[in-house]
Design a protein around this ligand. Structure first.
Ligand SMILES: Cc1cc2nc3c(=O)[nH]c(=O)nc-3n(C[C@H](O)[C@H](O)[C@H](O)COP(=O)(O)OP(=O)(O)OC[C@H]3O[C@@H](n4cnc5c(N)ncnc54)[C@H](O)[C@@H]3O)c2cc1C
Length: 419
């Protein structure tokens, strides 16, 4: 396994790494190719992850978690993704469906849903994308019409990870189309709610062990008590969620890159051409050096950002437990706009590293690297989606640039006032 910089994780965090690594090596490695080939979702691995208590590592103990933060979630995701990026998504995708409840949920909502998600008894999913609303989520057309103490949802969602296997879905719909994006509202919708059905299962390039589905809502009655953050707050729910979930995509991307490099190095150490091992050629050694350096840079960015985020998140959680306000309300006093910039940077950088490293790994291995019965091509296929979901790389760049422009504008305004 590739040796990486000691980032001074705690003993508990190192234990999480060891546990996840052992599970991935012993249980996931033997079945990953079959899961990929057959697009099979491995419930047996979900059971192993549940037994090892790895679903709720980042959730507060008050809601059944281990009391960690983004760092712990990313450590599990990275270790699993080293072996299979697709299987890692059942953890990270559940995180994406859980974070909105943690951040925006009332105490009653958190107590209702978080313990089952923390224990892995139920998987989560997050549904914002629609056929005509991808990068521009404000264009979503699913509606939510108020009817007494319920909302009636009508519409559809596209490309939803953990589709069908999840029990708890965060669904975005417009409760007041006249208000445009300010009508967008987030709902928690339980699987089995009448009027909520699944459509097409997508056939994908990579992460094939994770099911990606269309969702349909046909006069689906959802209690008003399932609204997260209040009517019209949907875009805040989405943005706050992405601030904390995008590093998870970064961790998945880095895991994929590390796994690919590990497989490639094992092969090129023994493969000989011109009477010598492939790894002895300087052109190949330079590729190894570039891959390993990129991985180190990406890991350092990821876990440094996580460290800062966890301080803020834990402070907001503890204030929220004392005040009864939501974690998001407490976070707002703790500069959430900086989280947006850094989490976008993590996702952008780590996913680009994953794509570049896995492509180089195929190159280093030559023809066998391109073949299905050798795992390196799977890593390259799995890497691609990390540049697309939870906002494409272009959208991350847009957000980062926008935040920097805003920072300079604010500084210039402050300076003008001072003068
Ligand atoms: C495997 C998979 C799983 C997914 N899982 C989920 C999920 O669980 N939940 C969910 O809600 N969604 C999910 N998605 C959807 C994903 O988030 C969207 O595909 C993504 O946001 C891009 O939207 P789009 O596909 O409509 O592309 P488009 O928005 O149509 O973009 C097409 C291209 O145009 C570029 N582009 C668009 N707007 C701009 C702009 N303003 N500036 C520069 N370039 C721009 C994009 O970067 C991209 O290159 C998943 C997607 C995939 C492939």
């Amino acid at each position: 396994m590739l040796q990486t910089l000691d980032l001074e994780f705690t003993e508990e965090q190192k234990e999480i790494v060891n546990l996840s690594r052992q599970l991935a090596e012993k249980k996931i490695k033997p079945i990953r190719m079959k899961c990929d080939e057959e697009e099979h979702f491995p419930w047996e691995i979900v059971e192993e992850l549940r037994k090892a208590d790895l679903f709720g590592v980042y959730l507060p103990a008050e809601y059944g978690g281990l009391g960690g933060g983004n760092t712990e979630l990313c450590l599990v995701t990275e270790e699993v993704a080293k072996v299979c990026g697709g299987i890692a998504l059942c953890v990270a995708g559940t995180g994406l469906g859980t974070i909105p409840i943690l951040l925006m949920g009332s105490e009653e909502q958190k107590k209702r849903w978080l313990p089952d998600l923390a224990g892995g008894k139920k998987l989560g999913a997050f549904a914002i994308t629609e056929a005509e609303a991808g990068s521009d989520a404000t264009a979503l057309k699913t509606t939510a019409k108020k009817d007494g103490d319920h909302y009636i949802l009508n519409g559809s969602k596209s490309f939803i990870s953990n589709g069908e296997v999840a029990e708890i879905y965060i669904v975005f719909a417009n409760a007041n189309p006249a208000k445009g994006p300010r009508g967008i509202t987030a709902f928690v919708v339980d699987k089995g709610t009448p009027g909520f059905t699944f459509g097409k299962k997508e056939q994908k390039m990579g992460i094939r062990a994770n099911p990606t589905y269309e969702l349909f809502f046909d006069n689906c009655r959802v209690p008003a008590a399932n609204v997260l953050g209040g009517e019209g707050y949907g875009l805040f729910v989405a943005q706050a969620t992405f601030d904390f979930s995008r590093p998870g995509v970064g961790a998945q991307a880095i895991g994929i890159a590390e796994g690919a490099l590990d497989e490639a190095i094992h092969y090129i150490r023994v493969r000989k051409q011109f009477g010598q091992p492939i790894i002895s050629f300087q052109a190949i050694q330079h590729m190894i050096a570039d891959c390993a350096t990129r991985i180190e840079a990406a890991r350092s960015l990821l876990y440094n950002v996580n460290k800062g985020m966890d301080v803020v998140l834990k402070e907001a959680v503890s204030r929220s437990l004392a005040s009864g306000k939501t974690v998001y309300q407490e976070l707002r006093g703790l500069k959430p706009e900086r989280l947006t910039k850094y989490s976008a940077m993590v996702k952008l950088f780590c996913s680009d590293v994953a794509m570049q490293v896995t492509t180089d790994c195929v190159q280093m291995c030559g023809g066998i690297g391109y073949m299905r019965d050798f795992p390196v091509e799977k890593y390259m296929r799995d890497a691609k989606v990390t540049q697309i979901y939870e906002g494409t790389s272009q959208m991350q760049r847009n957000e980062i640039a926008m935040m920097i422009i805003k920072e300079y504008a604010t500084a210039a305004k402050a300076q003008a006032v001072a003068v």
